[in-house]
Write a protein that binds this ligand. Structure first.
Ligand code: UDP
Length: 194
């Protein structure tokens, strides 16, 4: 795996296009994959919170979702080709899911935002199958969300729970599932819901 180490984090050394192709391969082969698109808030949190760092270190890919890391990489003589943002990766994955008829599970945001997001995805990506969706204000000790994911076996699981919760949820739960590309996407549901 081609990465560049900046501030103690190994960042994916690919363009968005190349990275989406990589993820497409994992989806095709049903390989469980954890993606972190590390914006400045995430990079900061990794540096100050050892528990969060340990979870991010479990990720298969960490992308540079911030111009700061891309610039630092260039200055250190280990250039990264471009920013790979959470929102663009999310949109790219929805496009792949639409082409291949993959199923998705959406976890997070307020229920109203989530429902609008589901409607928007069904309109823009009509071949995407919605395996399930749950708002982001739930009891972490209640197994009903992981149970639903175990039962419906979605190809992609997006968590929009904010930093650090979205990565912590993936870290705590992904061992329960056989497959899936897992990614925290911050406020992307709010953007899609408009
Ligand atoms: N969110 C959630 N559960 C929580 C806290 C936040 O589902 O317990 C949602 C929130 O509604 C929003 C998203 O997480 O859709 C991102 O929240 P925020 O903007 O606070 O996070 P950040 O942008 O800092 O990652």
């Amino acid at each position: 795996k081609n990465t560049v180490r900046i501030l103690g984090v190994d960042f994916v050394n690919s363009t968005l296009f190349e990275f989406l192709n990589t993820l497409s391969g994992h989806l095709e082969r049903e390989e469980k994959t954890f993606v972190v698109t590390a914006n400045p808030e995430i990079v900061m949190k990794v540096r100050e919170d050892a528990n969060y760092r340990a979870v991010v270190e479990k990720a298969n890919y960490v992308t540079a979702d911030g111009i700061g890391v891309v610039k630092a990489a260039g200055l250190l003589g280990r250039p990264l080709p471009e920013r790979v943002t959470g929102f663009e990766t999310f949109m790219g994955l929805l496009q792949i899911a639409n082409e291949k008829g993959y199923s998705i599970y959406l976890l997070g945001a307020q229920d109203e935002v989530l429902q609008k997001t589901v409607t928007e995805i069904m309109t823009q990506f009509p071949n995407v199958k919605i395996a399930g969706a749950h708002h982001g204000f739930f009891d972490w000790n209640d197994d009903h969300i992981p149970n639903e994911i175990q039962r419906t076996k979605p190809d992609l699981i997006f968590t929009a729970l904010g930093v650090p919760r979205q990565e912590l949820w993936i870290g705590q739960n992904m061992d329960k599932f056989e497959k899936g590309v897992f990614m925290g996407i911050g406020g992307s549901f709010d953007v899609l819901a408009g």
